[in-house]
Design a protein around this ligand. Structure first.
Ligand code: IMP
Length: 193
């Protein structure tokens, strides 16, 4: 059975392949011949995740799982959320995004936030949604060099380091993405495509 992961990111494909084992032939957008940009025009993380999976299923006739993630800061009413990648502008700069968030939180002590990943599976039988959350706090300034995006300013609950101070392996044990993938894997322990 073939399952398409709606990504061109080799790391994401490998992370999911390692956890799903060889139950499915896990293929990428390139493998199904999809070279166009997937639509991401809804205003929510779950909406974009569903939109991408549905697009691939309908246009390429293959079961598909799509992910969408973002940082949700409580004091900002859940922003940047679905706009995380380009919060400070279309240049999609991680540094600019971080500076914008730190500026907006300058005068508040309420620093709680979460990373959220939504994975949506669309097959001929319908759709399933799997969500992973990582709670934490926004630091006063960036710390660490690993990871990407907002990792340098995000300190997971119960850990004294930023996500960018963890190794990739350590982050992959606790991340929102890993938690959503675990739910997908458990689903496939009792369900098929
Ligand atoms: P995507 O949906 O995985 O492409 O994530 C969208 C945006 O959310 C990224 O460009 C980052 O700005 C942010 N983001 C998602 N996951 C993470 C993470 O694990 N660490 C830091 N930033 C993240």
């Amino acid at each position: 059975m073939t399952l398409c992961l709606a990504t061109r990111n080799a790391h994401k494909l490998e992370e999911i392949r390692a956890k799903l084992g060889n139950r499915f032939r896990l293929i990428s957008l390139d493998d199904v011949g999809c070279t166009e940009e997937l639509p991401e025009t809804t205003d929510t993380i779950p909406g974009n995740s569903l939109q991408k999976a549905q697009f691939v299923f309908e246009h390429y006739n293959v079961a598909c799982v799509a992910d969408d993630s973002g940082l949700e800061i409580d004091a900002l009413g859940g922003a940047p959320g679905v706009h995380s990648a380009y919060y400070a502008g279309p240049q999609r700069s991680h540094e600019d995004n971080i500076q914008k968030v730190l500026g907006e939180l300058r005068n508040t002590t309420q620093r709680s936030a979460q990373f959220r990943t939504v994975l949506t599976l669309v097959t001929a039988n319908g759709m399933q949604v799997f969500e992973g959350i990582l709670r934490g706090n926004i630091l006063q300034e960036p710390r660490g060099k690993n990871g990407f995006g907002y990792d340098p300013i995000f300190q997971p609950e119960g850990i004294d380091l930023s996500l960018a101070q963890l190794s990739m392996e350590e982050k992959n044990e606790i991340s929102h993405r890993a938690r959503a993938i675990e739910k997908l894997v458990s689903y496939f322990q009792t369900n098929s495509l």
